[in-house]
Design a protein around this ligand. Structure first.
Ligand code: FPP
Length: 261
């Protein structure tokens, strides 16, 4: 995995200044972009505001990134909205995030559907705590309503953990072996990938993490095997179309070798 330091970000920023999105070579763009939207809390705290204020601003940033991905013809955008570990946050913060989620799906679904966006949830919706029945219903409704759409595929990782996903896939395969549908020898990478939440999607090409952290945080552990990693110090609420273009431009300049030379 190539790491992307400040020098490369600086270079991309200067090059982008000469042309914006128009400067991007469309045929070299990633098919599948995954984003860890980090830094909402710090963004708010720096303004003397509660963390939830940062999450609200984070939703605004997300809107712009979804729109821009669609405009650029990116096929799949996967975002880390809420991890299986995020339930450990304060009840106030979890409540605010769940409120934003419900509001997002209530307000945005019509437009996303009009834009031909297909929504997929990666994670255990039904394993979300009780008391979130409205959220669960809204998520299922969004999936169902947009499932035939053929535009941008927007995958929202929610109550998601990469290890949990791998264990779930292993269990599914074990069940199939126990049922006599499959022999252990028939289990290969293709069959394994077919049991993941991302089944049928193209490989992740680019992982972006904002806010300067250099961790995977249990995100897409299987799927990121050959993804290019881009990190930026920009906090998520400040991430916009221009900073996204910088990441994309940097990606188009990478030399991907997939273990070859
Ligand atoms: C990480 O920042 C961000 C999150 C855990 C939540 C991300 C969620 C959103 C942007 C909005 C909800 C999504 C939808 C689809 C409505 P952090 O809080 O860990 O920031 P910090 O590292 O500065 O504390």
């Amino acid at each position: 995995m190539a790491l992307f330091g400040k020098d490369e970000a600086q270079k991309a920023s200067e090059q982008k200044a000469n042309g914006g999105s128009e400067g991007l070579e469309r045929e070299k763009l990633p098919r599948h972009v995954a984003i860890i939207m980090d830094g909402n809390g710090r963004w708010a705290q720096r303004r003397g505001m509660p963390r939830t204020f940062g999450h609200k601003a984070g939703v605004e940033a997300l809107r712009e990134i979804i729109r821009h991905s669609d405009d650029l013809g990116i096929e799949v955008l996967t975002i880390y909205a809420f991890s299986a570990e995020n339930w450990k946050r304060s009840a106030e913060e979890v409540g605010a995030l769940m409120g934003l989620l419900l509001e997002y799906f209530t307000k945005e679904l019509d437009e996303l559907n009009r834009e031909n966006v297909q929504i997929r949830i990666l994670g255990d919706i039904d394993g979300m705590p009780s008391g979130l029945e409205r959220q669960k219903a809204a998520l299922h409704a969004a999936i169902e309503r947009t499932q035939k759409n053929t535009g941008l595929r927007l995958c929202i990782a929610l109550n998601y953990g990469g290890r949990q996903e791998i264990v779930h896939a292993a269990r599914q395969l074990a069940r199939r072996v126990a049922a006599g549908e499959l022999t252990p020898e028939e289990i290969d990478q293709e069959r394994f990938a077919a049991e993941l939440y991302t089944a049928g999607l193209p490989e992740v090409d680019l992982l972006i993490r904002t806010s300067g952290e250099m961790r995977l945080s249990n995100f897409l552990l299987y799927q990121l095997a050959y993804a290019e990693f881009y990190q930026t110090d920009t906090l998520w609420p400040d991430f916009n179309k221009d900073t996204y273009d910088e990441a994309l431009l940097a990606y188009t300049r990478r030399n991907r070798r997939f273990g070859g030379v």
